[in-house]
Write a protein that binds this ligand. Sequence first.
Ligand code: GDP
Ligand code: MG
Length: 163
Amino acid sequence: MKPTLVLVGRPNVGKSTLFNRLTRTRDALVADMPGLTRDRHYGIGRGGSKAYLVVDTGGFEPLAKEGIVAEMARQAESAIAEADALLFIVDGRVGLTPHDKQIAERLRRSGRPVFLAVNKGEGMNRALISAEFHELACGEPYVISAAHGEGVKNLLELVLDSF
Ligand code: GDP
Ligand code: MG
C-alpha cells in the first residue's frame, strides 16, 4: 500500500488545482480504486523515487442538502483516518478565516502529521502572507502556488520524507 497524502481545506483554496498538479490528472487510475465515491478523488503522485496516493477531499465544503452534507462529512472523516499525512491548504490572499480555524482544530485532533500550505502565493511577500497562519498551530506555514507550481516540489519533499 502506498503512503496516503490527504488534501484538506475549505472551498476554493486550491485543493483540486494542487491535486491536478501532483497527479497530472491520471483520471484513469481513479476507476481502479475500490470504495471510490464522488466525494473523494484519488490519484497517484510522484516525488523523487516515491509514489504516493493523493486524496482530494470535498468533505469540508458546505452543500445545500443536509443528507449530502452528512455524507460528505463522513467521507472527510474516513479520508483523514486513511491519511499518513494531511496537507492543509489555506488561501494566502483571503487570509485566515474562522472556517480555517475549525478545520485546523479537527486536523490537530486527528493525531496525523499535518503540513500547512499557504496557497496563491505567487507574486506575494511570503513572510507577510504566511505570518497570520502560525496561529493555526499546524506547524510552519509553507507558501506555495498550486497554479504556478511554486514551492510545491520543496513542500512535497518534506512531506515525503515524513513517510
Ligand atoms: P478547491 O475548491 O479547494 O478545490 O479549489 P480549486 O482548485 O477549485 O481552486 C479555486 C480557485 O482558486 C480557482 O479559480 C483556481 O484557479 C484558483 N487557484 C488555485 N490555485 C491558485 C494559485 O496558486 N494562485 C492563484 N492566484 N489562484 C489559484
Ligand atoms: Mg475542489
